[in-house]
Design a protein around this ligand. Structure first.
Ligand code: MRU
Length: 365
């Protein structure tokens, strides 16, 4: 997608073919900066401090991290260490493990001398596949938006967190139908949940929708239920970090409350995902998906643009009060209207997912 008129992906190989470039999302929306990652440690740091974030982009960055590790130490020990270091960066998004397993399976039989080239090429291929998958998710979700807009003149989508193009390699998951609808001339407007504590909605989703010219309105996390009660939301579309085999959906903290409000108000609740986000090893998402607990500082402090133009962390919680920061929650499958994937829209059930993917987590054909 475009930033100030220039087409970008969120991650791309460096010109010398030895490193990888990212958009450093910790500076958005106040500054647009890119960063070169040259080592596995830098890739791991970028994932854990959320310079890159969003399940699909975490997976692609981890794949490049494996490649960078192979340039440093291509031995079997080097491979095992890189896998462990990268896997420990964030616990919830399963795309991380998916990408690392993919890279390890390809690298294990390769001669150490070839491992960097093999891994670097595979990381690039995973990024390309991610773009195509997300384009297809958009194409599969587009008819839902078109049908509502044709009936009502405008379609109002509510989204939570950032499942946009900068959470993936390009297009986004939940934003892909929105971008494709907007580009097709459909009148689409997005309610953007601010998404405390890190404000991915107010900082990232609003920024990227604005860059693309999509009409949107940022709302507090508590406003969605009220808007749904008053007929101002036609459907909810979110991304996800992990979908269990039974259709339970893990996503940014607060998603579950939006699903409850949607059900109470008869608003369809769709989740957009690429197939590598399905975790076939987890039978019951509510019980078994690991929920990342992040630093309390994300709750007590918020980066703010000051009137003098500088950006600084501001305390927003009473000093001395204990805080908790679970970063994700799980929405039970019964609250999910449908799972929009690269292969079509699946019911959020074990049978629906198995039928569409026959237990394969392969990328788009
Ligand atoms: O903590 P984050 O910002 O990595 O969380 C991101 C989300 O929860 C997204 O909704 C999810 O990863 C899907 S991204 C297409």
């Amino acid at each position: 997608m475009k930033v100030d008129g220039t087409a970008y992906r969120s991650i791309w190989p460096s010109a010398d073919g030895r490193a990888v470039e990212i958009i450093d999302q910790t500076f958005l929306p106040f500054a647009f900066r890119t960063k070169t990652l040259t080592t596995c440690a830098e890739a791991a740091e970028a994932i854990s401090v959320m310079r890159v974030r969003g399940a699909p982009l975490i997976g692609v960055t981890a794949a490049y991290g494996m490649a960078l590790a192979m340039a440093e130490d291509a031995s079997d020990d080097g491979l095992a260490t890189a896998y462990d270091v990268l896997l420990a960066t964030r616990p919830t998004a399963v795309n991380l493990r998916w990408a690392l397993d993919d890279l390890r399976a390809i690298l294990a039989p390769a001669a150490p001398a070839d491992r960097f080239a093999v891994a670097y090429a595979r990381a690039g291929a995973i990024a390309d596949e991610d773009v195509e998958i997300n384009r297809r998710i958009g194409a599969n979700g587009l008819p839902l938006l078109r049908e509502i807009a044709e009936r009502k003149g405008r379609v109002n989508v509510l989204t939570h967190c950032n499942a946009g193009w900068i959470a993936t390699t390009d297009w986004g998951t939940a934003t892909s139908p929105v971008y494709q609808a907007h580009d097709a001339g459909i009148d689409v407007h997005v309610w953007v949940d601010e998404t405390r504590p890190r404000n991915q909605g107010a900082f990232l989703t609003a920024w990227e929708l604005g860059q693309h010219g999509v009409p949107h309105t940022v709302i507090t996390d508590n406003a969605g239920g009220h808007l749904m009660q008053h007929g101002q939301v036609n459907l909810v579309m979110t991304g996800t970090d992990r979908v269990a085999a039974n259709g339970d959906v893990c996503n940014k903290i607060g998603t579950y409350l939006k699903a409850l409000a949607a059900q109470d108000n008869g608003v369809p609740f769709y989740v957009c995902l690429p197939s590598p986000t399905i975790d076939w090893t987890v039978d019951d998402g509510v019980r078994d998906i690991p929920i990342e607990e992040r630093s309390g500082r994300e709750v007590t402090h918020l980066d703010a643009l000051l009137e003098d133009g500088s950006v600084a962390p501001a305390r927003v919680v009473c000093e001395g009060s204990p805080v908790a920061n679970p970063a994700f929650d799980v929405t039970p499958a019964r609250l999910v209207t449908g799972l929009i994937t690269e292969r079509g829209i699946a019911p959020a059930t074990r049978a629906g997912l198995s039928e569409m993917f026959s237990h394969s987590s392969e990328a788009a054909e």
